[in-house]
Design a binder for this molecule. Structure first.
Ligand SMILES: [Zn+2]
Length: 437
């Protein structure tokens, strides 16, 4: 073989070596983090209330970021939105007559997600909560069974009855109309010989959307989720003429993490496991985004969920640390802790167990289904002056801290993404986890 062609080969080898030695690891930059948070928390987005008029802009912005990064959409979707409807029901008209006597609206409340309900002896059962019964026990027994009932409440329970009536007479929301058995509680003394009851709700349908991008891994049925809610509380009563709750920390900071993690992992070689980047809607109004999402997934395929909330300010323990809710419920926290043990960053258990944070964010819905789903956060919520206030502004955040935290999450997540480590499942024996609507 001729000597001359060997020279380019030699250079190619040297050059290739130099390139690979000099190619930097993908970087999470302060510039991107600050751009994302500043945009999402600008007054233009009107506080991103799930049912408000700024949320669309936020969803568009996140979609454009996913597009630029090069994420894939979910199967069957041609964009990053996971759209769904939610119905709001508000009691409007009613006619309630017992023993041929018409009752005033102070005397009843219904539990129903149907537009119109009519209770007759043919389609409902009658129960009594007598003076000696425990009202709360009986209420939960009759309201959770599978039959439609008329429940007659003895006047002895007047106080509790009215408390519950006030609560349940407000509007409520549901994914499906008429999917539940209908119960009506009636405040009435004595036996019931006959009844004729009709309730009507005014129904309004509203569109919501999660924003989801994907990096397909070698294993399609093993999914790692990175999530944060992008909605906030919207426009509130003004303080010093500012009425927009911008939600920079809660939770534009978390969304910046989801987007930057997507950018980071997209630049890495194809991961072993499949990665979902999910911006949830409706967290602040009842967790509807994560509830809808969880219904579309097979929870057994979700290996871990990194839910990120309020990482805009360092905890009282200082920078270079983040805490994990429900730390003891799976090995997720321990895996993260060990993965960054060669750095100066620490993950540690949630220091506010009394705040029940594990159950207060979007991770809870999937945790109830057994997924090791935890929230990572850093803000000292017991002393933070800006939480759910108009002062939760971009200017109050510590961008180097946010960036540093995202880098730590990226580093910690690598062993789970590569399938070297798999956190244990959350057991559904946990009492606080069993109720779900
Ligand atoms: Zn939040």
């Amino acid at each position: 073989m001729d000597q001359i062609p060997a020279l380019p080969v030699f250079f190619a080898i040297i050059f290739g070596f130099l390139i690979s030695a000099c190619t930097p690891q993908p970087q999470v930059t302060e510039r991107n983090v600050s751009r994302i948070i500043e945009t999402l928390s600008s007054d233009q987005m009107k506080g991103r209330h799930a049912f408000g008029n700024g949320i669309e802009k936020a969803a568009d912005f996140i979609s454009t970021e996913y597009q630029d990064i090069g994420l894939s959409t979910l199967p069957g979707n041609n964009n990053f939105r996971q759209e769904f409807s939610i119905y709001s029901l508000k009691p409007s008209q009613a006619s309630v007559s017992i023993n041929n006597r018409e009752l005033g609206d102070q005397h009843y409340f219904g539990l129903t997600n149907a537009e119109t309900v009519n209770w007759t002896a043919d389609n409902s059962t009658i129960h009594y909560i007598s003076a000696k019964d425990d009202y709360r026990d009986k209420f939960s027994e009759y309201s959770s069974d599978d039959e439609s009932s008329v429940i007659i409440v003895d006047e002895e329970h007047e106080k509790l009855f009215h408390k519950y009536r006030t609560y349940f007479s407000r509007s409520n929301r549901t994914f499906e109309l008429g999917s539940k058995p209908n119960d009506i509680f009636v405040f009435f003394d004595g036996r019931v010989n006959n009844y004729d009851i009709t309730l009507q709700n005014t129904v309004k349908s509203q569109q919501l959307a999660n924003v989801i991008g994907k990096i397909e891994g070698k294993r399609k049925n093993e999914i790692v989720l990175f999530s944060a809610h992008y909605d906030h509380i919207g426009v509130v009563s003004p303080v010093d003429e500012d009425s927009i709750a911008n939600g920079a920390n809660d939770n534009a900071s978390g969304v910046s993490a989801v987007i930057e993690l997507a950018r980071y992992f997209q630049k890495m070689p194809t991961p072993e496991r499949t990665l979902y980047f999910v911006a949830f809607t409706g967290e602040e109004v009842g967790g509807y985004g994560s509830k809808y999402f969880s219904r579309q997934m097979n929870p057994d395929e979700i290996v871990a969920m990194f839910n990120i909330e309020m990482i805009g300010k360092p905890d009282v323990d200082g920078a270079n640390s983040a805490w994990i809710t429900g730390f003891e419920k799976s090995t997720f926290g321990e895996i993260l802790q060990n993965s960054v043990s060669d750095s100066n960053f620490v993950f540690y258990p949630d220091p506010y167990p009394n705040q029940n944070l594990f159950y207060r964010s979007d991770n809870a819905t999937l945790a109830r289904l057994g997924v090791p789903a935890h929230t990572i956060s850093t803000t000292p919520i017991d002393v933070d002056q800006d939480y759910h206030r108009v002062s939760d502004e971009f200017s109050t955040l510590d961008i180097p801290h946010v960036t540093n935290t995202i880098r730590a999450i990226a580093k910690a997540a690598r062993v789970i993404i590569s399938a070297e480590k798999t956190p244990t499942r959350i057991s559904n024996g946990d009492e606080n986890l069993t109720s779900n609507d």
